[in-house]
Design a protein around this ligand. Structure first.
Ligand code: LMR
Ligand code: SF4
Length: 513
């Protein structure tokens, strides 16, 4: 089993940098469905570019490489203690190489272990089987989509849909609602795995297991197969679209499983996965530890590679105005911007996410932020041979987590633009209007695309918060994002949420009776 560790390292690298063909095919089909020139089409073409760049650069598709979760089947007698040790070593090595972002933090102190190892990380599950080979499946599911997982306990009342009872139609309503409540925040268009039954723990486990099914498979249970195709049809009428920008494609895959429950409990558990659906698997020779075959590498019939659509700048969007801005930005420049405009940034921007926002409420900033731009981003960074920091991946993180702090910080420091994804709430919208600032939505998961726009790392503060949470000072060029909340009280997110709720309500009447 000498080669086992190297095989796992190869599996991690493939999973983080190269999306499987079935996932690519789903994204390609979505791109074909969206009208050219819309915000959704722009987002999907950036996503396609990003997928290609990650493969070419052998770098993470998204900066959030998630919680590595291994599902392993072993022949009777295989040494699981040795395998777990090798897996941990491979995870640490992948982190050193910038294939994984250091993502394991102490839950109480927030301290990052730096190597993705710690209590509960990585997750490794074993199961024995009678075959004479080892099968290892890996999923790298990021935090933004994990936060959009949801569990329903039937019967329940659902906004837009009314009562969901303890039957197939109640299940139908829960699943539709799960897609609605995610909006664009889990980097839609997404994939869902659904677990019906079990208890709260096994229900979620079953939901996650569904994510290991191929996008193009057909459920062997005819009732569940019908439900899956119904959900695909209905969820794509909600109009949430890629990144919550509105559009015809909201859901790329739906896989449903069922297990028994006890009479008093009736759970429907939904695992939401972003478009950056990084799962891969291998079979391994138990004697040598070498890879025998890959599980998700066969191309669906119509497979053609992503074509390059544009260099690292936004493809043209119909009817959208485009502004080139360089910080420090004035209030006058900001007040000209409207929801739907494209902003191209050149110059210095600063990353800041959860730890920094909490800190800035009670402390001064280490750099002058007036007229400045804050980027909600936790990048993957590596030091090169000369000891200089380099960006390996740098897409936006979910902004709503900063909602409790953002308005106050905009006022206190005179910030003019916040870049993130998924949109923010009413408090931030009010602060944007009052102070003269905008929210710019970057394309979630497009970590290679944005890393390519970063010309230089000018410095870093708060490295003690860990690499993702530190404040990185980045010089960017051609950094494109869309105004989704402006300084006049308009929010695309409010509009899409409202219109998608109206559309959801159309699915109130029973379908499976
Ligand atoms: O942690 C991150 O970088 C992003 C996270 O996956 C998110 O979607 O918010
Ligand atoms: S940023 Fe988006 S694409 Fe990346 S892990 Fe989070 S939800 Fe997924």
């Amino acid at each position: 089993m000498r080669a086992f560790k190297d095989s796992i390292l190869e599996l991690i690298t493939e999973t983080s940098t190269n999306l499987p063909p079935d996932v690519r095919a789903a994204i390609r089909a979505a791109k074909e469905r969206e009208n050219a020139g819309t915000r959704a089409a722009l987002a999907l073409s950036t996503i396609s570019d990003n997928i290609r760049m990650a493969e070419e650069n052998v770098s993470p598709i998204c900066q959030d490489t998630g919680l590595p979760t291994f599902e392993i089947r072993v022949p009777v007698g295989a040494n699981q203690i040795e395998m777990s040790r090798d897996i941990r070593e491979a995870v640490a090595e992948a982190t050193r190489r910038g294939i994984l972002r250091p993502n394991s933090v102490d839950s109480l102190t927030g301290k990052n272990t730096g190597d993705n190892l710690g209590p509960g990380t990585p997750v490794i599950h074993y199961e024995q089987w009678e075959k004479d080979e080892i099968e290892v499946r890996l999923i790298l599911k990021g935090g933004g989509c994990e936060n959009k997982n949801i569990q329903y306990s039937l019967p329940c009342e659902l906004e837009g849909l009314g009562r969901a009872g303890r039957d197939l139609d109640g299940i139908r309503k829960c699943i539709l609602h799960s897609v609605y409540q995610a909006q664009g925040q889990g980097c839609s268009a997404g994939f869902i795995g659904v677990g019906i039954g079990g208890d709260r723990t096994t229900g979620y486990q079953l939901a996650k297991q569904q994510l290991f099914r191929r996008v193009d498979d057909v459920n062997p249970d005819p009732d569940l197969a019908k439900l899956e195709s119904y959900i695909m049809e209905a969820a794509n009428q909600l109009g949430i679209g890629t990144m919550g920008f509105g559009g015809d494609v909201t859901l790329l895959g739906c896989k449903i499983g069922a297990i028994n429950r006890i009479p008093a409990s009736f759970f429907v558990s939904v695992a939401y996965n972003c478009w950056a659906f990084r799962r891969q698997g291998v079979t391994i020779d138990p004697k040598t530890g070498q890879i025998r075959s890959w599980l998700y590498k066969d191309e669906p019939k119509d497979a053609s590679k992503e074509k390059k659509t544009a260099p690292a700048a936004a493809p043209a969007m119909k009817k959208s105005r485009e502004w080139r801005l360089t910080p420090p930005i004035s209030e006058e420049q900001i007040r000209q911007l409207r929801v739907g405009d494209v902003v191209i940034l050149d110059g210095l921007i600063h990353t800041g996410r959860d730890a920094l926002h909490k800190y800035l409420v009670d402390h001064e900033a280490p750099v002058d932020l007036s007229g400045g731009v804050i980027y909600h981003c936790g990048p993957v960074m590596l030091k090169n041979k000369e000891g200089k920091w380099e960006v390996k991946a740098a897409g936006p993180t979910t902004s709503i987590r900063e909602e409790p702090y953002q308005g106050e910080i905009i006022r206190k420091f005179g910030i003019r633009a916040v870049i993130g994804k998924g949109g923010m709430g009413a408090k931030t919208l009010a602060a944007l209007k009052e102070h003269g600032a905008v929210y710019l939505n970057a394309i979630g998961g497009a970590a290679q695309y944005y890393a390519d726009c970063i010309e230089d790392v000018e410095g870093v503060h708060f490295l003690e918060f860990g690499i993702p949470e530190a404040m990185w000072h980045l010089r960017v060029k051609n950094f494109a994002a869309i105004v989704t909340m402006d300084a006049h009280g308009n929010s695309l997110h409010v509009d899409v949420e409202k219109s998608s709720l109206e559309k959801l309500a159309k699915f109130k009447d029973p379908v499976f009776v």
